[in-house]
Write a protein that binds this ligand. Structure first.
Ligand code: 26Q
Length: 839
């Protein structure tokens, strides 16, 4: 084929002239979608516009990868079972500075950009914090011009859609791909074989060395889909590569010939189930074989892809750690450690020590949880059946590791038991966290407290062996999505006052401090807040048919429903406020709108019961004329990235009330504070660092500390004392117990009462109740002083600089990855002469 001539292209897809954009949109509508403007429905315009924007990313994307290749830079690979990206169009428009021209072009076509943006489906390939963190990290990696690629699974069904039926959560499947996904590029030529099952064969080579072969395994194919990840105001466009499962042969001809057509089709469907659905976060009760298959499926495909790219450019496998760093997002992809070992040993015939040295220098592991019951483990029996060679390698990693420990600490059997990858109690299990720590160069926690607790508790023995390994990297959020995109009113105001540099350098927000006492600025700041509240009120009217009053205090708790996050504590507070109003003893209470939102894992019955209670309580309160003027409570169904973007900018008060020591970091806490909400929070996760930054007087801190919680547990905590001794608490609990909120079934909430009173109140809800009520009173008092509240809200936004995910990613680059930015110049050429495949 003759050399590709870039000059043969008529234009370079970079123009911002609205006329030209209008032409492009029309072209895409006709030639890609196959509709004309008369027959096009709204969604067709969305797709046409998305293709136009995507076209403008492609050159940058290709040039980015060429420049990575040329520079021979170290690559970052971020392996995650979840990427909770949300919508892409607005993000891409703003990143490439294309929004205004598109808005104008659409106007000329008689279309409204906002309306079109609102039609895009969320890419909800994640559950919550962990998945959203992965998406924020990709955004920052690209914005900082770092050479990073995300690897994950292209689930056909992402996070389920939550609906309410009779106040209860029901789950509906969400097929986000139905209307087409203009952001992805299928790569049918990038396909890898993935194996499961079979057995291990041992053999000797001519020199008498022992080797292993994994044989007789079943085979599934992994096919790549690429999604461009543009940075903000940079030429860099990185890649998110997601794998989709394909049967290895459409028809097993043998079966087919024997006339067993249905069996052949059945097997095909079975293989393709692998990438069908995202597992809901049910941390305590995992253990599904399909989940382990998903993990290995995407890990194996990703490693094959990473090594192929490496070997295209470098000769010696020993150079891997110099050119590649792989970040494991929790233990979910940690099977990558024995997989890389297997490839190095069995395929490339490296010696164990050499292979281990490479592996151990390549991986890093981020831990996201302290709850011991949430640490992932798999039955040895399952692992042996599904991944027999990996199981052998894990045993060998463990044997060698424990041997070194024995040399350091002879005769400490208990220590060996705790450090072992294999949990020998009962049916043997593989502890993935131990495997991940042993196989990684760096292990990180996601907030200072979390990291301290990892060092002192969860991984204390490992920490003693190697005090350098565990580092802290506090989470962050991207200011692009969570302020610039989500909050037009505030970002517009900021632009007028401190310019626009904060979008890429969030520490600039500090300049707002100078305005905190300026009453005109205070008014403008709170006017922006009011406008956001009014917008949210319009949306709740439109979508839920509920009225909420933007002149009330918006009090928000949005996050997954989990007992440790203590939505129940919030409900007890609301009932208490309600009782005070009814008793006429709350004359100073500022009118409140209490918003709660979040999904429960379908199998987590207690969480589902909590959702029902929230809705039952809301029904009573909202329909009681005594409380209605002062108190309204609304459960927002189907909380996802897009609704987060509507709710968070409208919040006055952010509820971050987990049991101290249980929330690894939290990131919603950061999003809310960044948007000028004050936090009511426990000293947990990143709350502690947020409070340090914003100042004690601008943060409503309450409750037991992590140390106090631990001590209380040791000394025997009895929730019944609180129940008996606190009359207001008793009243609230008794109302739930006696069916005040469930008159048709007074027994409905017995399980909640049992858990709080009879079964020891594991999350210490009752222990923190009084302190919580008192902190609510402080918040109430402050809100009555408009200027004081405005000042505190401004100081919250001003102090959030260090919670930018850009800071987080810089920390990873420095402390963990050893990677450097590769900025590249604008290239007007489609193709440069180069013989590499361009990726
Ligand atoms: C496990 C087994 C089987 C199926 C699913 C899972 C599973 C899925 C998702 C287990 C855990 C998760 C997600 C965990 C998570 O979101 N953790 C949160 O991570 C955030 C980012 O670091 C932190 O801010 C939160 O504190 C932490 O809870």
């Amino acid at each position: 084929m003759s050399e590709f001539d870039p000059d043969a292209f008529e234009h370079d897809y970079r123009g911002t002239d609205p006329d030209e954009i209008q032409r492009s949109i029309n072209n895409r509508l006709v030639y890609t979608i196959g509709k004309d403007p008369y027959t096009a429905v709204d969604h067709d315009w969305l797709n046409a516009l998305s293709y136009v924007v995507r076209d403008r990313l492609i050159e940058r994307w290709m040039e980015t990868h060429r420049s990575y290749y040329r520079s021979g830079t170290k690559r970052i690979y971020y392996l995650s079972l979840e990427f909770l990206v949300g919508r892409s169009l607005n993000n891409a428009l703003l990143n490439i500075g294309f929004r205004d021209s598109c808005e104008e072009a659409l106007k000329r076509l008689g279309l409204d950009l906002e309306e079109i943006l609102g039609m895009e489906h969320d890419a909800a390939l994640g559950n919550g914090g962990l998945g959203r963190l992965a998406a924020c990290i990709l955004d920052s990696i690209a914005t900082l011009d770092l050479p990073g690629t995300g690897y994950g699974i292209r689930y056909e069904y992402g996070m389920f859609r939550q609906a309410l039926e009779e106040n209860q959560q029901v789950e509906l499947p969400e097929s986000w791909l139905k209307a087409g996904n203009p952001w992805e590029f299928p790569r049918p030529e990038v396909v890898y074989k993935i194996h499961f099952g079979g057995r291990v064969m041992e053999y000797q080579d001519k020199k008498g060395r022992r080797h292993h072969d994994w044989i007789d395994a079943e085979e599934v194919l992994a096919m790549a889909y690429d999604t461009p990840i543009p940075g903000y105001h940079t030429e860099t466009v990185n890649n998110l590569r997601l794998w989709s499962a394909r049967a290895s042969h459409d028809f097993d001809l043998a079966c087919f010939n024997r006339g067993n057509y249905l069996k052949a089709v059945e097997e095909k469907a079975y293989s393709e189930n692998l990438s069908k659905v995202l597992y809901p976060d049910d941390r305590a009760s995992a253990n599904q074989e399909l989940r382990l298959r998903q993990q290995y499926f995407f890990v194996s495909a990703s490693l094959q892809d990473i090594l192929r790219r490496f070997l295209q450019q470098y000769e010696s496998l020993r150079q891997i750690p110099e050119h590649i760093t792989i970040q494991l997002n929790d233990t979910h992809p940690s099977i990558a450690i024995p997989e890389l070992m297997r490839i190095l040993l069995d395929k490339y015939k490296l010696e164990w020590q050499q292979a281990w040295k490479i592996t151990q220098k390549t991986f890093n592991y981020t831990n996201h949880t302290l709850l011991p019951e949430a640490l992932e483990s798999w039955p040895v029996e399952l692992m042996e059946r599904l991944l027999p060679r990996h199981m052998q390698i894990i045993f060998e990693i463990n044997r060698r590791f424990l041997l070194t420990v024995t040399h350091l600490y002879p005769n400490d059997m208990e220590l060996l038991k705790r450090l072992s990858i294999i949990d020998e109690e009962g049916a043997r299990r593989v502890r993935m966290a131990n495997l991940a720590v042993i196989g990684s160069r760096r292990v990180n926690g996601v907030s200072q407290l979390h990291t301290d607790l990892l060092r002192q508790q969860t991984f204390a023995d490992f920490h003693r062996l190697d005090p350098e390994r565990i580092v802290n990297i506090t989470n962050g959020i991207t200011p692009r999505r969570w302020l610039n995109e989500a909050n037009h009113n505030l970002s517009g105001l900021l632009r007028n006052v401190i310019g626009h540099d904060w979008v890429k350098d969030l520490s600039q927000l500090e300049r707002l401090r100078a305005y905190a006492n300026d009453s005109e600025f205070q008014q403008r700041f709170m006017l922006a807040k009011r406008a956001n509240k009014a917008r949210l009120a319009d949306l709740t009217m439109l979508h839920l048919g509920s009225t909420i009053d933007p002149y009330t205090l918006f009090d928000v708790q949005v996050k997954r429903i989990h007992e440790y996050k203590r939505q129940l504590l919030n409900v007890l507070r609301v009932i208490t406020l309600y009782n005070r109003i009814c008793d006429g003893i709350a004359p100073d209470l500022v009118p409140r709108t209490i918003l709660l939102g979040g999904k429960a894992a379908p199998g987590y019955l207690m969480a589902k019961l909590i959702i029902r209670l929230i809705n039952d309580v809301a029904a009573v309160i909202n329909n009681d004329p005594k409380s209605a003027p002062q108190l309204k409570m609304l459960f927002i169904p189907n909380y996802d990235v897009s609704t987060a973007c509507d709710i968070i900018p409208a919040a006055d008060l952010s509820q971050q009330i987990s049991t101290a020591g249980m929330e690894a970091s939290g990131t919603g806490n950061m999003k809310l504070a960044l948007n000028g909400a004050l936090t009511m929070g426990t000293l947990d996760g990143a709350n502690i660092e947020i409070r340090e930054q914003v100042g004690e007087e601008n943060f409503f801190c309450f409750g037991l500390t992590a140390d106090e919680i631990a001590r209380k547990r040791q000394n025997g905590y009895d929730p019944r004392l609180h129940h008996e001794q606190d009359a207001e608490l008793k009243r609230a609990l008794d109302m739930i117990d006696q069916g005040y909120f469930s008159p048709t079934n007074p027994n409905r909430y017995k399980a909640i009462l049992r858990s709080l009173i009879d079964d020891g109140d594991h999350f210490m809800v009752l222990a923190d109740y009084r302190a919580y009520i008192q902190s609510d009173e402080r918040a109430n008092a402050l809100y009555r002083d408009k200027a004081a509240w405005a000042r505190a809200a401004i100081l919250n936004t001003a102090a959030m600089g260090s919670f930018s995910c850009d800071r987080t990613v810089n920390d990873y680059a420095r402390l963990v990855w050893g990677a450097v930015p590769i900025p590249h110049r604008k290239s007007r050429r489609i193709g440069r002469k180069s013989n590499h495949r361009g990726e």
